[in-house]
Design a protein around this ligand. Structure first.
Ligand code: XMP
Length: 516
């Protein structure tokens, strides 16, 4: 990748919820892009010789005390700069213009019109619908700038100094609701920064294979395979690079969905020809979890048990120097972000996560990739669609969807109901796209029903389905009633021990996606 990164775009983060999205959109256009904190060191931000900078939006006001400042070296670099929202205001203030609080705050869709000629709007319709989200606005332009576009509320919806290649947008070109946003970013990349579109799945794979070979240097590598997309793609990539020198460990803790454990073994051992140690730890986990119902206690114990079991297997293998992980770029950004103020809602455990105390060196071939890029790489490596398009699944698995006590019988009940729900969603084309995450939750509650002429007294099952882009906030899916009716009837008829089905209509917040 070292030769795919230079000449890309550095995105400077001023705290916008859309910062990652900016980098993603740029990469979708075939140009490498990385996010850096606004107070990062110049050498760090310039490490890959970016062809230009994008300044993100952010929640601050430029004249507030303590508001993030524009790093001086950006202006000294003489490279193109595109400021978005707060980024535009910052650029304006730094170059001698005036920013003030707008009388009317502007959130949501707005129509703008632009005046040619400007390379940023080259080839776009004269009128565009865009997505605004700002409180401040620009009152006076810095010397050398002119208005490039306006909306009813923002006479300066886009500005530019064409001689210095400095541009500012009051709206967000990175969100899908901004028509032409992609074309605006494309103009910035290719017409203004003169980037080359070199970032592609094939180029990434070639480069990653070469780097993995170099790093592994003839030694063996261990990988914890969970069956999820990230570890699967990391495994396939490393396998392509070093073949037999990769050993995968898959710990079956009994909390996977229907057919999943078998699929992991079939796909990776038989279809991909990878060396895979499958550990059946179902008894071990269920015995240890017996009687435990408190969600955090379940989560912590499963995390600890997983590491213990993985450790045991790893110790049996001699002479392994490297541990591979499917860490992806959002994990890297999130763990770098200041989390001091964040409260623990749930302790996340990634089964397949790092056993901290193992003495391995790390190989993380997906560290620079977004999830959708990971999927593209997986496709290019020939992994089956069923693995690549799996919906996210929590590390503790069904343990946190089987509320109350975990028994094999209850887990099987949940698996059967979950398979009916997801099967019907798949048949309606709503599993891949349409819903972001859909699953069943077994409740530790019994209710009375009538089956034939008899009274039943059985457990209640909840269906959960959400739409979301980032899993930080989510809305419940407006599933068709017919589909819900079919799923409910099938579950009650086909799964013994469940006599009532409920649909969860809570958004996040205040709910979370998982129930525990
Ligand atoms: P919540 O329930 O916090 O979930 O709204 C947000 C997303 O995170 C997933 N999740 C986990 N993922 N390990 C994981 O790898 C975990 O322990 C875990 N807990 C929740 C959840 O499925 C949803 O996609």
């Amino acid at each position: 990748m070292e030769n795919l990164k230079p000449g890309g775009i550095a995105v400077i983060d001023f705290g916008s919820q859309y910062t990652q999205l900016i980098a993603r959109r740029i990469r979708e256009l075939g140009v490498y892009s990385e996010v850096y904190p606004h107070d990062g060191a110049a050498e760090h931000i310039n490490q890959h010789q970016p062809a230009g900078y994008v300044l993100s939006g952010g929640p601050s006001s430029v004249y507030e005390s303590g508001a993030p400042r524009l790093p001086q070296f950006l202006l000294e670099s003489e490279r193109p700069i595109l400021g978005i929202c707060y980024g535009m205001q910052l650029l304006t203030a730094a170059l001698g213009g005036v920013v003030a609080a707008a009388r009317e705050k502007e959130y949501g869709p707005a129509a703008i019109s632009h005046q040619p000629p400007s390379p940023l709007f080259d080839g776009l319709d004269p009128e565009l619908q865009v997505w605004m989200s700002h409180g401040d606005r620009i009152e006076a332009l810095p010397a050398g700038f002119r208005a490039l576009a306006q909306s009813d509320n923002s006479p300066l919806a886009a500005i530019g100094d064409l001689a210095r290649d400095y541009y500012g947008l009051q709206f967000h070109p990175e969100v899908r609701h901004s028509a032409g946003g992609r074309a605006i970013l494309s103009n910035f990349l290719f017409k203004i920064c003169r980037c080359q579109p070199r970032w592609s799945a094939a180029a990434f794979i070639d480069d990653a294979v070469r780097r993995i070979r170099e790093q592994a240097d003839g030694e063996r590598v261990l990988l914890a395979l969970s069956g999820g997309v990230d570890s699967a793609v990391a495994g396939a990539l490393i396998h392509r690079a070093i073949g037999e020198r990769l050993t995968c460990i898959f710990v079956d803790h009994g909390m996977l969905r229907m057919g999943e454990a078998e699929a992991v073994v079939r796909v990776f051992r038989q279809e991909q020809g990878m060396k895979l140690i499958a550990v059946n730890a179902v008894e071990h986990f269920l015995t240890a979890l017996k009687g435990i119902t408190e969600p955090e206690a379940k989560r912590k114990l499963i995390g600890a048990l997983f590491i213990e079991r993985f450790n045991e297997e790893a110790q049996k293998l001699r002479g392994i120097r490297f541990l591979a992980q499917g860490t992806i770029y959002p994990d890297v950004i999130e763990s770098a972000a200041d989390s001091a103020a964040a409260k623990t809602i749930k302790s996340h455990h990634n089964v397949g996560g790092l056993p901290q105390d193992l003495q391995f060196e790390l190989i993380e071939p997906l560290r620079d990739l977004f999830k959708d890029e990971v999927r593209k790489i997986g496709e290019a490596l020939g992994l089956p669609q069923s693995i690549i398009w799996r919906q996210p699944f929590p590390g503790p698995g069904l343990a946190i969807r089987c509320l109350g006590e975990l028994t094999w019988e209850r887990l099987e009940k949940l698996r059967a109901a979950d398979a009916i729900f997801t099967g019907e969603l798949a048949a309606s084309g709503l599993l891949r796209g349409g819903t972001a995450q859909s699953f069943a939750v077994l409740l530790p509650v019994k209710s009375v029903g009538v089956m034939g002429d008899n009274r039943s007294y059985e457990e209640v099952l909840a269906l959960r389905s959400v739409t979301t882009d980032d899993f930080m906030t989510a809305d419940w899916s407006r599933l068709p009633y017919d589909l819900l009716a079919r799923v409910s009837a099938r579950i009650v008829n086909e799964v013994p021990g469940i006599n009532r089905v409920a649909y969860d209509i809570t958004s996040k917040p205040p709910g979370t996606i998982e129930w525990e």
